[in-house]
Design a protein around this ligand. Sequence first.
Ligand code: COA
Length: 282
Amino acid sequence: MASATAISPSSAVAPTASPAAALKLANVLYEKKGPIAYVTVNRPKVLNALNTPTWADMRAAFEDARSDAVVRGVILTGAGNKAFIAGADIGELSKLSPLEGREHARRGQAIVGKLETLGKPVIAAVNGYALGGGCELALACTIRIASENARFGQPEVKLGIIPGYGGSQRLARVVGEGRAMQLCLTAEQIDAAEAHRIGLVNKVVPVGQALAAAREMAKAINANGPVACRYVLEAVRRGLEMPLSEGLVFEATLFGLCAATSDMKEGMTAFLEKRPARFTGR
Ligand code: COA
């Protein structure tokens, strides 16, 4: 646990007046190291399964990461070397009535939505099982990096339910309808290589290196124009929900807005002066 602000069960008092100082999280480790916030689901005994307190912790962490201007990107991972997140806590799910089930799914979807619309890149460092809700959270991230031991799947139908945190919707958008149908209907698990082949993950790295690879990617993103990166996030995400013709208009508008930024002036001046750019995010 390093420099700036570190919030965990073992270090609840942060050294700065950052908003994170108010967070006391039981099931999630939340650390800020410079411009990167790390959200680590921390229930390794149950393979980081998501129960209600864990969802609440994630919401608090995502809200802090969104509102802290110093944070430029988030890395989501799971504690231990066996699992990213092995899905919703089945003990908890087993007790839900139909009405509670619907509310449960809507609450989960809202928190996954917060992650997806953070306005900052979120990289999933998938270090083992990413099943059910784990796969769904990874799908809502901007980029997914998997270690070679990662396994992905939507096993809900084995339990007599369907994905409830967006899996039936986002999986098809990421890997296409046929593959999403196959994964959700068969409940099969696929390994990192297959996930890479079908476009579910961006990159596969040796075991133990997913976090480092995610950090490298976050650093590479952070070296670029902050406003431009924010607009890329918006253009791609929102564009996917629009007809192409509308998406192109939206893209052109954001492109035009870039011309109003000092980041654009600095980026182009730096290129012409053959030096690295010093962006200010304005
Ligand atoms: N909810 C609650 N507990 C879970 C869990 C989940 N989603 N996934 C794992 N656990 C618990 C297990 O019950 C076990 O607890 P125990 O030690 O008290 O018995 C512990 O985590 C370790 O899991 P275990 O099953 O012993 O590990 P494994 O290596 O044999 O298998 C998995 C790993 C991931 C294949 C298996 O745990 C599994 O299928 N989990 C459920 C995945 C799932 O269906 N997720 C979607 C839920 S909607």
